[in-house]
Every structure is written in C-alpha cells, then in structure tokens.
Design a protein around this ligand. Sequence first.
Ligand code: ADP
Length: 152
Amino acid sequence: MDKIAIFPGSFDPITLGHVSIVKRAAPLFDKIIVSIGINSLKKYMFSVEKRKKWITDVFKDLENVEVETYEGLTIGYCKKVGANYILRGLRTAADFEFERGIGQVNHMMSDNIETVFLLTEAKYTPITSSIVRDVFKNGGDVSKLIPSEVTL
Ligand code: ADP
C-alpha cells in the first residue's frame, strides 16, 4: 500500500518553514498532498488560486508532491484521497499542545490515520504565515521568510 500523507494548512501564504517540512518529509512518503483547507468562516489574505499556484511553483521539481484544496473534516478528506498519514510541523511547546489534542482526537475517530510530526529547523522556528502577513501589510521585507516563488 502506498504511503500517502497530507500536509494540511491555510498556507496564507506558504513560508520557508512549510517548505522545509515538505522537502524533508518527501523521502519518507510515496506521495505528499499539500492540502489547502478552506473554511468558509475564516478570512484569508490571499486567494486560494494564488496560494495554490505558489505552492505548485515551489514544489514543481518534487515529483511526489501535489497540491489540492479541501473543505470539512481533515480525516474525511484523508479517506477520500486514500491518505493514512497527516504531516505536521512542530515549532514550539504551544504547537505541541495544540497538535496533541487534534492528533489524538483524529486517531480516536479513525485509528488507521497517524499524525507524523517533524521538528522545524531551528532557523525557521519564528516564522508564521501571520507574521508574514503583518510584515507585508506594513510594507516590510518578507524575502527572508517566504520562498522566492511567492510573489505577494
Ligand atoms: P494552520 O492553518 O493549521 O495554522 P499553517 O498553514 O500555519 O496551518 O501551517 C500548517 C502546518 O505547517 C502546521 O503543521 C504548522 O505547524 C506547520 N508550520 C507552520 N509554520 C512552520 C514553521 N515555521 N516551521 C515548521 N512548520 C511550520
């Protein structure tokens, strides 16, 4: 059975932290689907079309990485695409507490789905999409935080 992982998130926009997690996880799985979660109650800064294009461009040379969008429960989406693994990045203890709850409940609901965590590279620990948005909104230079394919 192929090892298929989804890497869910908003990616508003994708950052160097996200890119590092996907690149390091790519050899571990047959396929990784970077999955842009769409929540109709949430406001995003960048359109889903833009976010999807940026991610596609960033990973164009990685054959086993795809990009999709989804709505609704993450484990429902995993079943739909045949994924048994949810990939997540861990930056801080706060990330751990947040992820622990979600990962454990997901496992309770579907025990054939495992959440796999990779620690962030130390230099990317402070990077979040929301900091990128704030710096960008206020005219700052975000080039050290996002991949060059992301043209805000
Ligand atoms: P969400 O919409 O769930 O907040 P994000 O789009 O911010 O998600 O992130 C998706 C995933 O990427 C999460 O697992 C998050 O922990 C991880 N991630 C975000 N920023 C970084 C970073 N700088 N280094 C490593 N992982 C990160």
